[in-house]
Ligand binder design. Structure first.
Ligand SMILES: [Mg+2]
Length: 344
């Protein structure tokens, strides 16, 4: 019989002493970490129409309470957060905190991929769907505490063409809405801003003919929108794919098929509650790991709230490919694990 080398079989002098002192050792390790850890905060001062800029002092004060050596840098132009994040991991920062909305988080993720440095998320934007998905409190001091004292959890890292994302992509009507919302909806934030953008977009309403291939299975639609997500919500809390999980290794897809502008108004309140699945002939839900979309005409799309235009969309995923510090969510049973259990 081969000898098993489980942890329980390891023995060495002083093992029982070390086991008895486990908690004390954890406290010492945390103390050493606090004294040596370098933290970079990337803050988008325009996020949430200036909300993030007002949080600077609070963030730095809270981090100083913990004794961390932290450095805050504000983004100066669109895309700057990618650059700052890249430099931060190259220059040895141990933790990066993104203070902004989903768009800021997206840029920071794109600058950090492949580094194994964990990301903390401070919600301060117009849409904070990813922050909500990972259970981050809205209060910045409470969020900092959760990041510092919390564990690192690995979530799925998603990719569309040559850009990574972590929360959601919406193409078609959705992209157009995000475009309108990003152009500036004054005086409102979050879901009200999104809903106002929806109303504005209804006037330029159109359906799109799109081929979709999900894990090898081809379908064709004349549709209003395609949402390919890892988070369950977008647009400041709309439950577009209510059963989506950020760590199950799969994309959740929602296709809203041929609808009239009036039906969109009927669809929206249901989608906010995640009950649009009731409109079975209008809405389709799918899951898959490799997704391909092809449109006859260029589609506006939003990728974590950042807006672009394209005709070909190749989605892929690195399951558990990105570390988030302080994330709180119930762990998923992975797709393969379910299959193994069923086969056993
Ligand atoms: Mg998923």
């Amino acid at each position: 019989m081969p000898r098993a080398f489980g942890r329980e079989n390891l023995s060495f002098p002083g093992r029982s002493f070390l086991l008895d002192c486990r908690n004390e050792l954890k406290i010492v390790a945390k103390f050493i970490e606090v004294k040596t850890m370098k933290v970079k905060i990337i803050l988008n001062p325009r996020a949430g129409r200036g909300k993030a800029a007002k949080l600077k002092a609070k963030i730095l004060a809270e981090l100083a309470n913990y004794g961390y050596r932290s450095h805050l840098e504000e983004t100066q132009w669109h895309g700057h957060a990618i650059e700052i994040a890249k430099k931060a991991v190259e220059s040895g920062y141990d933790l990066v905190i993104a203070a902004g909305g989903d768009g800021t988080v997206n840029q920071v993720v794109n600058g950090m991929t492949g580094s194994k440095v964990p990301l903390g998320v401070l919600s301060a934007g117009t849409g904070n769907d990813f922050a909500a998905m990972i259970g981050m409190p809205a209060d910045p001091a409470a969020a900092i505490r959760q990041i510092i004292e919390g564990e690192t959890r690995w979530v799925d890292l998603c990719r569309l063409n040559d850009r990574y994302f972590i929360s959601s992509v919406g193409a078609g009507f959705d992209g157009r809405v995000a475009y309108t919302a990003n152009q500036g909806i004054r005086f409102v934030r979050g879901m009200p801003a999104y809903l106002l953008a929806v109303i504005k977009t209804l006037f330029s309403f159109r359906l799109h003919r799109v081929k979709m291939v999900a894990d090898g299975k081809e379908r064709e639609y004349k549709a209003l929108l395609f949402a390919v997500t890892n988070s369950s919500t977008y647009g400041g809390g709309i439950k577009i794919t209510p059963d989506a999980r950020i760590d199950d290794g799969l994309f959740d897809i929602c296709v809203v098929k041929e609808v009239t502008p009036l039906e969109v108004l009927w669809f929206l309140p249901l989608a906010i509650k995640g009950e649009h699945g009731r409109l079975q002939d209008k809405v389709g839900f799918f899951r898959g790991r490799e997704i391909y979309l092809e449109s006859m005409t260029p589609l506006f799309y939003q990728i974590d709230g950042e807006v672009f235009q394209d005709t070909v969309f190749r989605f892929s995923m690195i399951p558990g490919g990105f570390p988030i510090r302080g994330a709180v969510f119930a762990p998923s049973v992975r797709h393969e694990e379910v299959a193994t259990v069923k086969e056993a």
